[in-house]
Design a protein around this ligand. Structure first.
Ligand SMILES: Nc1ncnc2c1ncn2[C@@H]1O[C@H](COP(=O)(O)OP(=O)(O)OP(=O)(O)O)[C@@H](O)[C@H]1O
Ligand SMILES: [Mg+2]
Length: 283
C-alpha cells in the first residue's frame, strides 16, 4: 500500500476542522472470478468549506471514491468519516450532483428544488422562501413551472445544483457535474458555481476530467494515478490564487491566460500524461 504525503491546505479553510476523511481506503470489486483493485491506499482530508477537485484517468476510481463519501459504496478496507462519523449510508447532509441531471421528469423546476426539503420535513412557508432564493441565485426565474424536458442541459443542471444546495448540506459531492454541457454553458456554470460557493461556502468534493475546470474552481487539486487509483500529487491552488489575485478577474478565460494558472495546468497535464506513458509501456 502506497502512502502519499498531502500538501497542506493553505486556504482560509486550512484551519477548519476536517469535514471528509478518507482513511487508508482500499477497494476491490469482484468481476466474475477476478478481483479488481480499484483504489489503493487513499488517504485524504478535506476541511470544512474547502473545495477539493479530483482528476485522474478514466477508471482510476474517482466515482467510487465519491460514492463512498455519499454512502452508496463501502471500502474493502479503511474508513470514510464525515464530520468525524463513519459513513454508513446516504444522508441529506451529503448532497450528490451527477453528470446526468437526475431530475424528476414529472416534477416542475420548483417541485424538483423543493423535493429534498419536503422529505426532510421543512415547513411549506420556509420551503417557498428557500426555493425562491435558489431560483434567483441560479438564474432560473421565469422557469419555475417548467418541466425538465422543456429546459436545456445547462438549465437542468442549475436545477440539480439548486436542489442540492437548498438542502443546506454540510458536504456537496459533484461527479463531473458539467461533463454533459457544451463548452460555453460549462464556463457560465463554472462562474456561477464560484459565485454560489462564495455566497454560501460549503465543503465540496468535485470530480472532473477538465484540468482547467479543476484549477479554476478548487482550493486543492488531487491527481490520481491510473487504476488502482492512488494519489499522485495534491496541488495547492488556493495560495497561488491568492498570491496572484485571480479573484480580481471576472472571467475564466482571463484567469486561464495568467502565467500562474498555466504553470499549474501544465504540471497537472504532465502528471496525467505520465500515467498514459506508463500504461503504454506496460501494454
Ligand atoms: N460495481 C462495480 N463492479 C465492478 N467493478 C466496478 C464497479 N464500479 C466500479 N468498478 C471498476 O472500478 C474501477 C473504477 O471505477 P470508477 O467508476 O470509480 O472510475 P472513474 O475514475 O470514475 O472513471 P471515469 O473517469 O471513466 O468516470 C473501474 O475499473 C471500474 O470498472
Ligand atoms: Mg466516474
Amino acid at each position: 500500500m502506497e502512502m502519499t504525503a498531502q500538501a497542506r491546505p493553505a486556504t482560509a479553510a486550512a484551519a477548519n476542522p476536517v469535514s471528509i476523511e478518507f482513511r487508508d481506503i482500499c477497494k476491490t470489486f469482484r468481476r466474475g472470478r477476478e478481483e479488481v483493485l480499484a483504489l489503493d491506499g487513499i488517504r485524504l482530508e478535506v476541511r470544512e468549506k474547502e473545495f477539493v477537485a479530483i482528476v485522474g484517468p478514466s477508471g482510476c476510481g474517482k466515482t467510487t471514491l465519491m460514492r463512498m463519501a455519499a454512502g452508496l459504496e463501502f471500502p474493502t478496507s479503511g474508513s470514510v468519516l464525515v464530520q468525524g462519523q463513519p459513513v454508513r449510508g446516504p444522508s441529506p447532509q451529503r448532497a450528490v450532483v451527477f453528470q446526468q441531471f437526475a431530475l424528476f421528469p414529472w416534477k416542475t423546476v420548483e417541485e424538483n428544488i423543493a423535493f429534498g426539503l419536503r422529505c426532510t420535513g421543512v415547513a411549506a412557508s420556509r420551503r417557498r422562501d428557500v426555493v425562491a432564493r435558489y431560483i434567483e441565485l441560479m438564474g432560473l426565474q421565469g422557469h419555475e413551472s417548467a418541466y425538465p424536458q422543456q429546459l436545456s442541459g445547462g438549465m437542468q443542471q442549475r436545477v440539480a445544483i439548486a436542489r442540492s444546495y437548498a438542502l443546506d448540506p454540510q458536504v456537496l459531492l459533484m461527479d463531473e457535474p458539467f461533463g454533459a454541457l457544451d463548452a460555453q454553458t460549462r464556463v457560465v456554470m463554472q462562474e456561477e458555481l464560484i459565485r454560489l460557493c462564495r455566497a454560501n461556502p460549503r465543503t465540496v468534493l468535485f470530480i472532473t476530467h477538465s484540468v482547467e475546470e479543476a484549477v479554476y474552481l478548487a482550493d486543492r487539486v488531487v491527481v490520481l494515478g491510473r487504476r488502482p487509483g492512488r494519489i499522485r500529487e495534491v496541488l495547492d491552488i488556493a495560495s497561488v490564487r491568492r498570491e496572484h489575485q485571480w479573484e480580481g478577474y471576472e472571467h475564466i478565460e482571463e484567469v486561464m491566460d495568467l502565467e500562474s494558472f498555466v504553470k499549474l495546468r501544465t504540471r497537472i497535464w504532465r502528471l496525467l500524461r505520465e500515467q498514459h506513458v506508463e500504461k503504454e509501456l506496460d501494454d
